[in-house]
Design a protein around this ligand. Structure first.
Ligand code: SOE
Length: 383
């Protein structure tokens, strides 16, 4: 396959994760890093030996040698940047949430389809080996009919009123914070593993800190836990720190999840529990190589990731032998590898989430916001 060229837009936590992930592929060159602040673009480019550090996205998009772009910037920039990149004929891999509204996400889906360009919403957490094992077991009928899906995505990096990040500013983040940021991961995984769609929601949101101390200068994701800035401004906050969501998955399956960015001791605790008529599975991102398997009439099991013990259809997502953990960074490599291989091979099975998957999560988030406002069940209207 001919070598491809890409650009990373965004120089924060996710821009660096993406750059590292692309570098592991061996068939894609990062031609440029683009960021708002020239010193940030230059620092990230220098750290990885990338030739170009840009602050002007238009200059990157005007480069005919660049085949694709990764959008790793605050949520409010996703749609304008993706639409400009698609207009310039670039394949687009965009971080989640796909946009700040369902309308924006729908426009991105339309634009990618009209131009026949590859498009990906980076719901990478699907691709931990044991998450793929849960999906494979469901597809093989080992769980039976799905009855219940439940869990949480809980963190503690925004617990204090001095914790700040662009996600707290609705101008950069959009109207939903915890639901859009980590609830989108949870819902995408629940639908991916069960093969069902969330059809209705009843949600209760809470903002515990009605004001936060906004530090002067930018604070990179998760970095606020170590910063002790000298001066702050008191900022009013109306995006949610927490949400509890009940949901229906069609006429049968039921479930519920919480999302929290204020749960002390939870670092990135995404727990997924799926209960079926023949058996159950449970997984926790903080112990990613372990899968709990529950049975009614035989002993429960704890499966430790080992490709030789996994269902055949899950094995491609486990590239290391048992006992060698496969973690967060590996999930990006899995997504990126399939994304770039699909560019060179139009007939290939894609195997990664598209913009349409990101749109579905925006529809769920908007329904949850409406449910909270109206204190009622809200149906997910599929576009
Ligand atoms: C912050 O909650 C964050 O960086 C999310 O935005 C990512 O999607 C998640 O993978 C890790 O935590």
């Amino acid at each position: 396959m001919a070598r491809l060229k890409t650009a990373i837009v965004g120089s924060g936590f996710m821009g660096r994760v993406h750059l590292e992930g692309v570098r592991r592929l061996g068939s894609v060159d990062v031609a440029a890093v683009c960021a708002r602040r020239p010193e940030a673009a230059q620092a990230l480019a220098a750290a990885f030996g990338v030739a170009r550090a840009e602050t002007d996205l238009a200059a990157v998009l005007a480069d005919p040698s660049i085949d694709a772009v990764h959008i790793c910037t605050p949520n409010a920039t996703h749609a304008p940047m993706a639409l400009a990149a698609l207009e310039a004929g670039k394949h687009v891999l965009c971080e989640k949430p796909l946009a700040v509204s369902g309308a924006e996400a729908a426009a991105m889906v339309r634009a990618a389809r009209q131009r026949g360009l590859r498009n990906c919403t980076c719901h990478n957490l699907r691709y931990y080996p044991m998450v793929q094992q849960m999906r494979a077991m469901r597809e093989a009928g080992e769980l039976g009919e799905i009855l219940v899906a439940q869990g949480t995505y809980s963190q503690d990096w925004l617990l204090y009123d001095t914790d700040w990040n662009w996600r707290i500013d609705p101008e950069e983040n959009g109207p939903s914070r915890a639901l859009a940021d980590i609830g989108s991961h949870w819902c995408d995984m629940a639908e991916h593993v069960t093969g069902l769609r969330i059809t209705e929601v009843a949600a209760d949101l809470q903002t515990f800190h009605r004001t936060r101390k906004r530090p002067k200068g930018s604070v990179e994701t998760f970095a606020g836990k170590t910063l002790s800035p000298e001066d702050y401004t008191e900022a009013p906050i109306d995006t949610e720190d927490f949400a509890a969501v009940m949901f229906r998955m069609g006429p049968g399956a039921r479930g519920g999840f919480t999302v929290s960015q204020v749960s002390a001791g939870c670092k990135n605790r995404l727990s997924m529990e799926i209960y079926g008529t023949r058996g159950s599975v449970a997984w926790n991102q903080e112990r990613p190589d372990e899968l709990w398997i529950g049975r009614r009439n035989s002993t429960n099991q704890l499966l430790v990731k080992d490709p030789s013990l996994m269902d055949e259809s899950a094995q491609p997502w486990a590239e290391l032998p048992g006992g060698h953990a496969e973690g967060y960074n590996d999930t990006f490599k899995q997504v990126f590898g399939r994304f770039y291989r699909s560019i060179g091979d139009p007939d290939r099975e894609l195997g990664y989430p598209q913009f349409v998957d990101g749109l579905r999560q925006m529809d769920i988030i908007e329904a949850a916001l409406e449910s909270h406002r109206t204190r009622s069940w809200v149906e997910i209207v599929r576009r």
